[in-house]
Design a binder for this molecule. Structure first.
Ligand code: NDP
Length: 448
């Protein structure tokens, strides 16, 4: 085992040396490599074929200029990225993030995570991710459209329904996907399922909007069942108030829990009666406003500046659904102190490594995002199937398939953890289950 760990440490050192200063990318690779030793011990052929050294290197990464003209006639320039990380098991698949924090490190971290997440869904999808440092906040409809069209003017030559199928992510919803899809169609003169997250009347899948949040709760349901309990009567805190957060809160509520706190970048709301989700949807999705407006309608609820305070709210279940590294060691200590029993990630890598350690040590149930938030990409996979078949399934059909996929991901992660002598360690279980699938495909395809 020592030799295998040294081998993995040498790969990690190479990643750091080859990608200097890319902290979140290093963090994502380290999180996976730190769990792979037992799989490599059981399969020395992975070391002989240098699967790990190959899997940490993206197959391709494009970076491009995105010029557009704002409403004042001034030329603006953003930077676009697409990381085509691994295509061993299918076309590259992963979202497009539009956020000022986007850089090569962020896109590589998300692309790397996506390889294992997509493998866990059991659908034929490789891993990829893209985005831009464009900030959609405060932009007019015209500016959003001109940016999306310019972004696609370059991206279109790198993607295709059998090559790379992007989707939404933070900052990219149905509106942005629509403008990108329209431009792709114009440039190629083709109507194909090249993007997922499309509007229902234009080839989209029912239940895709809800899928990541609903899927997260289906996964949590399995975790709770392993302890002989359910959502019924539990108090839940959900960070964020975007796509993942709102539908996670909605499903948790349907399953009998009470969601008492949510946040955005500005601050968090606490409503002891249970969050009024219709109002949150109205504020965030229709008015594109701030959560602080919530207390204008619910005067007995509380709003506090800064999102971090949300982790001080007492709860049974915490669902971080906003962004990476939003839950740190101090936050984890608060949750543990307040009797939280389960933390499951809706966002990608929202929990810092030292917080994960503390959570595991304290014996809480913990689910890593690459397993528990895989419902979004799984349903994107179902959207691709429907586009290829030229048919559409009902909401209930898609939801049922999503439910089945989440149950299977939980089973794969928990059974793999058990098989490798770490029962309950869903981080190790999810990493090894996803890695093994991709590694076997890479072995089979030779060195390429
Ligand atoms: P959205 O853009 O719809 O929502 C993001 C939410 O998080 C917003 O409420 C935003 O606040 C808040 N937020 C963003 N940054 C911060 C921050 N630094 N501190 C506190 N709150 C913050 O994104 P999604 O819901 O789509 O994505 C959320 C996470 O889930 C991301 O990590 C994404 O990669 C991941 N994910 C998304 C999937 C999907 O299907 N959409 C699939 C799998 C993972 P504000 O409104 O003020 O901007």
């Amino acid at each position: 085992m020592t030799q295998t760990k040294e081998y993995l440490a040498s790969v990690m050192a190479e990643v750091e040396q080859r990608n200097p200063g890319e902290a979140v990318f290093h963090q994502a690779v380290q999180e996976v490599l730190s769990t792979l030793a037992p799989a490599l011990e059981a399969h020395p052929e992975y070391i002989d074929a240098e699967i790990v050294r190959r899997i940490v290197e993206p197959e391709r990464m494009v970076m491009f200029r995105v010029p557009w003209v704002d409403d004042n006639g001034k030329v603006q320039v953003n930077r676009g990225f697409r990381c085509q990380y691994n295509s061993a098991i299918g076309p590259y698949k992963g979202g497009i993030r539009l956020d000022p924090s986007v850089n090569a490190s962020v896109i590589k971290f998300l692309g790397f995570e996506q390889i294992f997440k997509n493998a866990l869904t059991s659908l034929p999808m490789g891993g990829g991710k893209g985005g831009s440092d464009f900030n959609p906040k405060g932009k007019s409809e015209g500016e959003i459209m001109r940016f999306c069209q310019s972004f696609m003017n370059e991206l279109f030559r790198h993607i295709g329904p059998d090559t790379d199928v992007p989707a939404g992510d933070k900052g990219t919803g149905s509106r942005e996907i629509g403008y990108m899809f329209g431009q792709y169609k114009k440039l190629t003169n083709e109507w194909t399922g090249v993007l997922t997250g499309k509007a229902i009347f234009s080839g989209g899948s029912l239940a895709r909007t809800q899928a990541t949040g609903y899927g997260l709760c289906y996964f949590v349901n399995e975790m709770l069942a392993s302890k002989g309990t359910t959502f019924e009567g539990k108090t839940v805190v959900v960070s964020g108030s975007g796509n993942v957060a709102v539908y996670a809160a909605e499903k948790a509520t349907t399953l009998g829990a009470k969601v008492v706190a949510m946040c955005d970048r500005g601050g968090f709301i606490y409503d002891a009666k249970g969050i009024d989700l219709d109002l949150v949807k109205e504020i965030k999705f229709v008015k594109r406003g701030n959560l602080s407006e919530y207390v204008e309608a619910h005067t007995d609820a509380k709003y506090a500046e800064g999102p971090h305070g949300i982790w001080t709210v007492k709860c049974d279940i915490a669902l971080p659904c906003a962004t990476e590294n939003e839950l740190n060691l101090e936050d984890a200590k608060e949750l543990i102190k307040n009797g939280c029993m389960l933390i499951a990630e809706g966002a990608n890598m929202p929990t810092t490594p030292d917080a994960i350690e503390a959570i595991k040590e304290a014996g809480l149930l913990y689910a890593p995002g690459k397993a528990s938030n895989a419902g979004g990409v799984a349903t994107s996979g179902l959207e691709m199937s429907q586009n290829s078949l030229r048919l559409s399934w009902s909401f209930d059909e898609v939801d049922e398939k999503l439910h089945g996929i989440m149950v299977n991901i939980y089973k794969a992660a928990s059974e793999t953890a058990e098989q490798y002598g770490k029962p309950g360690d869903l981080v190790l279980g999810a990493n090894i289950a996803g890695f093994t699938k991709v590694a076997n495909a890479m072995l089979w395809q030779g060195v390429c």
